[in-house]
Design a protein around this ligand. Structure first.
Ligand SMILES: [Zn+2]
Ligand SMILES: [Zn+2]
Length: 352
């Protein structure tokens, strides 16, 4: 076993602080990765503060982080996909049973025995898994992704959660040239959705409550920006969208958006508001519209997304911070005060 520097929280009310954790030695199919950058996802904050205790209670200490890019430092004897020195990435999962119908369909994210990158039972060492706010990680090669060499690594890290979370439903619902796509909420997820939908060739409309975001939305690739509080502006788009991605995690009225879908249009939720949403049945009945959810993507699709981003030279807009600023970053994240993702430069963990 290896001793590794990391940042962990000791309780729901403790700040993240420097610590040491154990990583396993590489087994047959394992890849050991020196972590270079790790994005800060809103889920990290929810988990650290145990805000999802009802369905995913946090085990302390917790080391969050599931938007990981780094360099391979060691491989097990049976590893075929990677060699020492390669760029590599790890997202939200590090294992699954590989035998259930979900795994066989390449949808490991829905496997009942899937192991999350952090706060999941660790099959190798006992206790729970520890995530990317650390110097290194050891992961089975099946769950390690290749990173296109042209991508900026700090900006590539958020692709592993924010990127695949928005890419997967857009692919599933056929977003492509000639389709009209709406994006609700221009945050970490939303800004990736705009970039990806634009790169897929769709006509992209961003819905926002703040006029100040208009310029940024256009810069990111939106063709139009609609102020969602302006009923007249909204009405102009009635029955016109093929697909709408809703990335809002706060309470909001989704009926206003369902009414903008055309026949057989779909609205997919990727944000998770804490309370149940109210839905008017007629918003779905008229036009045979549908409402769905989506959760990250399978490993094969995550690789497809990274290759797509490589081809289009597409990364997240990030503010790079040293790990010592992580608690400050969390406070700013609560206020949505970041454009559009924090990416931790893990070289900072080596200091002191
Ligand atoms: Zn995430
Ligand atoms: Zn499975």
């Amino acid at each position: 076993m290896n001793n590794t520097k990391a940042y962990s929280a000791a309780s729901a009310t403790s700040p993240l602080a420097s610590t040491h954790i154990k990583r396993r030695d590489t087994t047959e199919h394992d890849v050991q990765i020196e972590i270079l950058f790790c994005g800060i996802c809103h889920s990290d904050l929810h988990a650290v503060r145990n805000e999802w205790s009802a369905f995913m209670p946090t085990v302390y200490p917790i080391v969050p982080g599931h938007e990981i890019v780094g360099r391979v430092t060691k491989v097990g004897p049976a590893v075929r996909k990677f060699k020492v020195g390669d760029l590599a990435a790890v997202g939200c999962m590090v294992d699954s049973d590989r035998t259930c119908p979900q795994c066989k369909a390449g949808l490991e994210q829905f496997c009942p025995n899937m192991t999350l990158t952090y706060n999941s039972p660790d099959k190798h060492l006992g206790g729970v898994t520890y995530g990317g706010y650390s110097e290194s990680i050891v992961v089975d090669e099946h769950f390690v992704l290749r990173v296109p060499a042209n991508l900026n690594l700090a900006g590539a890290a958020p692709l592993l959660c924010a990127g695949i979370t928005t890419y997967s439903p857009m692919r599933h619902w056929g977003v492509r040239k000639g389709k009209k796509v709406g994006v609700v909420g221009l945050g970490g997820l939303g800004h990736m959705a705009v970039k990806i939908a634009h790169a897929l060739g769709a006509h992209v409309v961003v819905f926002t409550t703040s006029p100040s975001k208009k310029e940024d939305a256009l810069r990111l690739g939106a063709d139009e920006v609609v102020l969602s509080r302006n009923a007249d502006e909204m009405k102009k788009h009635t029955f016109s969208f093929d697909f709408i991605l809703d990335a809002v995690a706060a309470e909001h009225d989704i009926n206003a958006y369902l009414n903008l879908l055309r026949r057989d249009g779909n609205l997919t939720l990727v944000g998770a508001p804490p309370k149940p949403l109210a839905i008017a049945a007629f918003g779905l009945i008229v036009g045979r519209r549908s409402l769905s959810g989506s959760s990250i993507g399978g490993i094969a699709e995550t690789q497809e997304m990274l290759d797509f981003c490589g081809k289009h030279n597409l990364t997240a807009d990030v503010e790079v911070i040293p790990i010592q600023k992580v608690n400050e970053a969390y406070e700013r994240l609560v206020k949505s005060d970041v454009k559009y993702r924090f990416s931790i430069d893990m070289a900072s963990l080596k200091e002191r």
